[in-house]
Design a protein around this ligand. Structure first.
Ligand SMILES: Cc1cc2nc3c(=O)[nH]c(=O)nc-3n(C[C@H](O)[C@H](O)[C@H](O)COP(=O)(O)O)c2cc1C
Ligand SMILES: [Fe+2]
Ligand SMILES: [Fe+2]
Length: 424
């Protein structure tokens, strides 16, 4: 390869008897509803030839199957295909699978245990007579002179995902992992344009909610002697492939916690207030929480903030409290905007709570609590509602509410005493 764009219908050699047989989709402008794709994308599929047969790893989106089959035919006959490996069941990689199975009816399918049910969901009755083998880390296929091995990497990007490893040439066929939506027909990372933004943007939207799974996968991948990473989207990483592994690691570890204080719990209070009542409540919630040692508490007025930095803070926080007045039977929009921005991070198990002032119906607090529960937050402390302007007693109630939240974070809340006579 001399940097010339791939314009024909040929397979492209990426190593010894390993070929790219994918497709370019330069005009795509959004992906999976959640990502913008200024450069389009590519669906990377690979063909591995061994002494005892050919193995196809992943296919392409259905609309692009014609070019995929042409590239495949340029390098092998269908009856040579012994194995089809599916690293990921999402239709951008399995779209051409039904047709491939028709053309290579004797091929055995290899996928993760978690992918088996998804295969049935995709192929319906077409899945019935297939020869399917579920594999996990350490399993492999013997192609005679080379082995095709598997590394189970769940949730990168769906529960089913795995990587395929060719030890003889140090190639990691990584699926969505290390991928990006960046269509550049020069194909290799040392030849294409600057795709750093796309790489990080893809990580932020696809991998970020599953950071702890990324770190678990990196534990398996980092010890490998990697010479090339061939992801399912975007440039093939043949120059400095380990840099991308290192970059994934640094994007996946916590950054915001202050060094030396990682035992401290973090509590964030977000509020909005038109006439100051919910704001006054917020300050008392803060004061109450401050009575508990071992918690770092921050107070933010959502009216003066942008969502992305708040999402960064929330990602590493242990507890979140939202204060909102009830306006037209609802919590205020910035609260919903922030809550709907949390799908890009892992929130399950964090502590959540709500409070707010209201005039006559006061729905906001319960609606926020419901949403927090829907996002799998724990909501152990019932919210505080105040009709219009808080009295001193009500401000004291806010302090007690803040203290109880902080105690729940540190585990110092008084254990509930069960009066057994209540149970009779
Ligand atoms: C435009 C508007 C709509 C409101 N709609 C409701 C409502 O549907 N239900 C309710 O309980 N209070 C409603 N209120 C009353 C506020 O919740 C109440 O004034 C509250 O104390 C405001 O708190 P704040 O001082 O923190 O802004 C509304 C107030 C305004 C200004
Ligand atoms: Fe995916
Ligand atoms: Fe994908």
């Amino acid at each position: 390869m001399d940097g010339m764009p791939i314009t024909g219908t040929q397979a492209v050699a990426i190593g010894s008897d390993v070929y790219w047989i994918g497709a370019f989709d330069p005009s795509l402008r959004s992906f999976d509803l959640i990502l913008k794709t200024a450069n389009g994308t590519s669906y990377n599929s690979y063909l591995v030839r061994g002494a005892d047969g050919v193995c196809i790893v992943d296919t392409v989106k259905k609309e692009f199957q014609d070019i995929f089959f042409k590239r495949l035919e340029s390098i092998c006959a269908y009856d040579e295909i012994k194995y089809i490996v599916l690293n990921h069941m999402e239709p951008d990689h399995t779209g051409a699978l039904p047709e491939l199975l028709k053309r290579a009816p004797n091929a055995k399918v290899y996928l993760s245990f978690q992918a088996q049910g998804m295969l049935k969901g995709l192929l319906k009755e077409g899945a019935e007579n297939l020869d399917v083998t579920a594999v996990t880390t350490g399993d492999s296929i013997d192609l005679g002179n080379r082995k095709v091995s598997f590394i189970n990497t769940p949730f990168l990007h769906w529960p089913d995902t795995q990587c395929t490893w060719l030890e003889d040439c140090g190639m990691l066929l990584s699926g969505d992992l290390f991928g990006c939506h960046f269509c550049d027909e020069r194909l290799f990372n040392d030849l294409v344009g600057d795709f750093r933004f796309s790489f990080e943007y893809y990580y932020a939207h696809i991998m970020r909610p599953f950071k702890h799974h990324v770190l678990q996968a990196l534990d398996l991948i980092e010890p490998l002697d990697i010479k090339l990473i061939a992801p399912a989207h975007g440039p093939i990483l043949r120059e400095h492939p380990r840099e991308y592994v290192r970059h994934y690691h640094s994007m996946s570890v916590p950054h915001l916690r202050r060094e030396g204080e990682i035992t401290e719990k973090t509590l964030l209070i977000f509020y909005m207030s038109a006439y100051g009542s919910t704001g006054d409540m917020a300050k008392e919630v803060l004061k109450g929480a401050e009575q508990v040692s071992g918690v770092r508490i921050s107070l933010y007025d959502l009216e003066g903030g942008e969502m992305p930095p708040f999402v960064d803070l929330i990602e590493e926080a242990d507890g979140l409290v939202f204060g909102s007045p009830t306006i037209n039977g609802d919590a205020v929009k910035p609260v919903w905007d922030l809550l709907s921005s949390l799908c890009s991070i892992h929130t399950q198990g964090k502590l959540g709570a709500a409070f707010g002032s209201y005039g006559w119906t006061g729905e906001a607090v319960a609606m926020i609590e419901d949403r927090l529960r829907g996002l799998k937050f724990k909501v152990p402390v019932p919210g505080v509602k105040v009709k219009l302007i808080p009295t001193n007693e009500e401000l004291e109630e806010c302090r007690a509410f803040g203290r109880l939240i902080a105690e729940n974070l540190t585990g110092t809340n008084a254990p509930r005493v069960i009066d057994f006579s209540d149970l009779l």
